[in-house]
Design a protein around this ligand. Structure first.
Ligand SMILES: Cc1ncc(COP(=O)(O)O)c(C=O)c1O
Length: 455
């Protein structure tokens, strides 16, 4: 919905919860648009549509072209196109040599697909806590989650901020365990000057249309310098094909295999979006800089922490609010709930992006695999339980912070939506006492007291 800037100038004083005009005209909720398509993007997709070639079988050459572009982006030797981020993680797990009953370390705060992909391979997710400042796993938390059964470590660059990959890879090397980078939320982010994705044993990314590098619907990719990992992953990708050492396929049903082939229209769209990636990353970084400046000036609010050796690409923007630091006599849970309601009354969403550590989700709590207790009870292992209190860093992150958005991945690519958020933060700054009174009447329950949800 186009929005003129006039309402922000007119009504900067009273919050909508206090009878003021909302920043977004009453009755509307402001949504963000993503992806953006220009004429040349549309023409490229239309040409592919007109060609009649939509599948990998129809044009292996187009897939190889796409894979070459992805490998170039991540600075790796190989890339493998697949049809979702979950498929990419599954292939990366298989490529890394994980087998049924093995353990894979997964961040306690991430997307549920990170744990589900491990279960799809009949392996067991073991969670590593996250740092409540960066929201990412650390070398220490990953090392603490290792057991003699660990066969892979999954490091997720949450919201677009790279993990300390070198330190995590050093742990992996010390224990002889491959590291998988999940760079679904971080395409375009850099760590020590290098693009993430190609920094560990293998990288896996979702390229679905909400991501910073968007496709036409669903898509994913893995990138690696290791030919054996690539070929093993390729075997899982398509109908159990045998992959010859040169990377070509033989249709003989040699291994376990799924159908994770990419749709060529998606591949073409991603190729086009690659041309825009740098510009859109800068746009998101500019939006984040404006939000940072606004938030840092308000008592109790804190922008995201970005260590000096990495560049955040702001797939999502998570900020903190500490009512005590703002001098307000309300609990953090009341403040969290009140912020969501204040923004919604202004026509904007604040979301949690996980109100629980992944260990709190049903699939993990009730140990739901493909039935009969597998993979948890396979291979003679004893009872295994998961408790969200074992991840204090993730709980603290969830309790202390909120993500702006709807959809949360798109806000920073829409400067006019960012203007609206800034206008509400500025109103809040002028009305902290009214906010305090509003919040004081709300129940003080932690976000994880309700059923697990993503947003
Ligand atoms: C960090 C992360 N990993 C994996 C996935 C799963 O990707 P997909 O939805 O493409 O299967 C997502 C998001 O969708 C994600 O944010």
């Amino acid at each position: 919905m186009p929005l003129s800037r006039a309402p922000f100038a007119l009504e900067l004083s009273r919050l909508a919860i206090d009878g003021g005009d909302p920043v977004v005209p009453k009755g509307f909720v402001m949504m963000s648009r993503w992806p953006r398509l220009d004429r040349s993007d549309l023409e490229a997709v239309t040409r592919q549509l007109e060609s009649g070639l939509y599948t990998e079988m129809a044009s292996a050459a187009r897939v190889h072209e796409f894979e070459a572009e992805m490998a170039m982006m991540a600075n790796t030797r190989y890339a493998l196109a697949v049809n979702s981020g979950t498929a990419a993680l599954h292939c990366a797990i298989a490529g890394a040599g994980v087998e049924s009953g093995d353990e894979v370390v997964v961040p306690a705060l991430a997307y549920i697909a990170c744990a589900a992909a491990v279960l799809h391979h009949q392996a067991i997710p073991v969670f590593a806590d996250v740092d409540p400042e960066t929201y990412n796993v650390t070398a220490e938390s990953v090392e603490a989650a290792l057991t003699p059964r660990t066969r892979a470590i999954m490091a997720v660059h949450l919201h677009g901020l790279p993990c300390d990959v070198d330190a995590i890879c050093a742990v992996g090397r010390r224990h002889g365990i491959p590291v998988i980078e999940d760079f679904s939320q971080a395409v375009g982010a850099t760590y020590r000057g290098r693009m993430v994705g190609g920094l560990a044993s293998v990288g896996a990314a979702s390229l679905m249309s909400g991501k910073n590098l968007p496709s036409l619907g669903e898509a994913g990719v893995i990138v690696t310098n290791d030919r054996a990992i690539r070929n093993k992953a390729a075997g899982l990708k398509a109908f159990a094909d045998a992959v010859k050492p040169d990377g070509t396929y033989e249709l003989i049903g040699a291994t376990m295999g799924w159908n994770y082939r990419i749709n060529l229209l998606s591949a073409v769209m991603i190729s086009r979006q690659l041309f825009h990636l740098e510009n859109y990353t800068h746009l998101r970084q500019n939006s984040a800089a404006r939000l940072n400046e606004t938030i840092a000036a308000i008592r109790g609010f804190a922008p995201p922490v970005v260590p000096a050796d990495r560049e955040h690409c702001y797939h999502m923007y998570r900020f903190k609010f500490d009512p005590e630091a703002a001098g307000l006599a309300i609990t953090i849970d009341q403040a969290h709930e009140a912020l969501k309601r204040v923004f919604l009354a202004e026509g904007l969403y604040l979301v949690e992006f996980q109100n629980q550590p992944l260990a709190g989700h049903d699939i993990i709590q009730r140990r739901i695999g493909y039935g009969r207790g597998c993979p948890w009870h396979c291979h003679g292992r004893g009872e295994m339980t998961y408790c969200i209190e074992d991840y204090p860093g993730a709980l603290q992150a969830i309790r202390d912070s909120l993500v702006i958005g709807m959809p949360a991945q798109a806000v920073l690519a829409n400067p006019e939506v960012v203007d609206a958020y800034i206008a509400v933060f500025e109103k809040l700054d002028r009305n902290l006492r009214i906010f305090e009174r509003f919040a004081a009447d709300l129940p003080a329950r932690p976000p994880w007291s309700t059923a697990p949800r993503m947003f």
